[in-house]
Design a protein around this ligand. Structure first.
Ligand code: SF4
Length: 180
């Protein structure tokens, strides 16, 4: 809890398209009501860029594709009491995992050389190293709540948050399905 009694929430995106965060914003005016109960203490959606040591609720979008994703997921797990896996990329790998049937070297070659017309080169600095295989988040850290969908509907995110605020355990399976 924050000093004002609100539930502290941290969010980030791993290997995703940010669409799940856009769905969060699609809660529209309901965000005003939620703001009376939650404090977003770290997120791409707010200015705070330091993940606090102790957070009530962490929300992760995207899959684990590179070293930085792995580090962020472990950091969230260590610092958040409850962790939500948000969206199909987080829950089952979805689009990022489509590279898994191919060798990593072939994927890199295809992306940085074969499909590039101007100055093709494989970056060696400034980008995190790709992992050999893409994994859903629960492949690397335990997850408490799974919210599927690509992206999950804003109503589903609202349901999960309001249930948690009410002190209940949400059952996202009632309001979600994969791919929608
Ligand atoms: S689940 Fe869909 S909307 Fe969410 S990050 Fe993945 S591709 Fe984007």
């Amino acid at each position: 809890m924050s000093g004002n009694g609100k539930i502290t929430v941290a969010t980030t995106w791993l290997d995703g398209c940010s669409g799940c965060h856009m769905s969060f914003l699609d809660m529209d005016e309901r965000l005003v009501d939620l703001a009376q109960h939650i404090d977003v203490v770290y997120s791409p959606l707010v200015d705070a860029k330091e993940l606090p040591e102790h957070v009530d609720l962490g929300i992760l979008e995207g899959s684990i594709s590179n070293e930085e994703d792995l580090h962020k997921a472990r950091e969230f797990r260590a610092r958040c009491k409850l962790l939500i896996s948000l969206g199909d990329c987080a829950v089952n790998g979805n689009v990022p995992a489509m590279r898994n049937p191919f060798k990593l070297d072939d994927v890199i070659e295809r992306a940085y050389r074969e499909n590039v017309d101007l100055n093709p080169q494989i970056p060696t600095e400034g980008v995190p190293a790709l992992l050999a295989l893409v994994q859903p988040i629960h492949g690397v850290v335990p997850i408490d709540i799974f919210v599927p969908g690509c992206p999950p509907h804003a109503d589903a995110i609202h349901y999960v948050l309001t249930e948690l605020i009410a002190g209940r355990t949400p059952d996202p399976g009632r309001v979600t399905r994969f791919g929608a």
